[in-house]
Design a protein around this ligand. Structure first.
Ligand code: NI
Length: 202
C-alpha cells in the first residue's frame, strides 16, 4: 500500500519535472533563435510568381542553391535605380566566379509602364546577369508587401508620375532566409564584402 503510494507520487513528480524540462527547453529554443548574431526576427519575403526578362516565369523557388539579391525599382527612375544597377554590375565583376552563387533580381514597382519588353530593353544597359521581373499590378503588390518595400506613386506637374521607393538591395541566403541589405549609401567595398559573405566567399 505504502509502496504503491510512493510510486504514484514518484510518477507524478516525474511527470511534473518532465513537463518543466520540456517547457524550459521549448522557451529557450525559441528565445535562442532571436538572439543569434545576424539572425532576424522579422520575416521578410514570401511566395511570388513573376515574368522574367529572360523569358521564364520566376518564383521564389527559382535558382535553387543560390543566394539572391532583390532590388525593387522602376525603369523611369532618374537616379537610384540606374546607379544601383550599374553598381551591381561592378559587384558581380568583383565577386568573380563566386557571382555564380547568387542571382540578382530587379523587380518593378511600376508594372503599368514596366512591361517585360520595357524591362528587357532597359536592362540591356546593365550587367546581363541581372534579371528583371514584371507582372500585373495584382501580382506585384503582394510581393511589395511581403518584402516590406516602400513604393508610392508621386504625381508630377506635367500629369506624369514618378515612384518613390525603397533603395536598399535585399539579400537572401540560398535557404531563403533574410541576410540583410546593401544600402544605397554603402561604399562599394562594403557592398562587395556583404555579398562575399552572402555567397560564402569571405
Ligand atoms: Ni529607382
Amino acid at each position: 500500500m505504502r509502496l504503491v503510494r510512493v510510486m504514484r507520487y514518484g510518477a507524478w513528480a516525474f511527470a511534473i519535472v518532465l513537463t518543466l524540462v520540456v517547457a524550459y527547453l521549448t522557451v529557450n529554443y525559441y528565445r535562442r533563435d532571436t538572439v543569434l548574431p545576424g539572425a532576424t526576427v522579422v520575416a521578410i519575403g514570401g511566395p511570388y510568381r513573376l515574368q522574367g526578362t529572360n523569358g521564364e516565369i520566376i518564383t521564389e523557388a527559382s535558382f535553387p542553391g543560390k543566394a539572391k539579391a532583390l532590388f525593387f525599382g522602376f525603369t523611369h527612375c532618374p537616379d537610384v535605380c540606374p546607379t544601383t544597377l550599374f553598381e551591381a554590375g561592378n559587384w558581380l565583376k568583383a565577386l568573380g566566379p563566386d557571382a555564380e552563387r547568387m542571382q540578382m533580381l530587379y523587380i518593378t514597382v511600376d508594372p503599368e509602364r514596366d512591361t517585360v519588353e520595357q524591362m528587357t530593353a532597359y536592362l540591356t544597359a546593365f550587367d546581363p546577369r541581372i534579371i528583371g521581373l514584371s507582372g500585373t499590378r495584382e501580382e506585384i503588390d503582394p510581393v511589395i508587401r511581403e518584402f516590406r518595400i516602400y513604393a508610392r506613386k508621386v504625381p508630377l506637374e506635367d500629369g506624369d508620375y514618378t515612384m518613390d521607393h525603397s533603395a536598399a538591395v535585399l539579400l537572401f541566403r540560398p535557404d531563403g532566409s533574410f541576410a540583410g541589405t546593401v544600402d544605397y549609401t554603402d561604399p562599394p567595398e562594403t557592398a562587395i564584402s556583404k555579398l562575399k559573405r552572402l555567397v560564402g566567399a569571405q
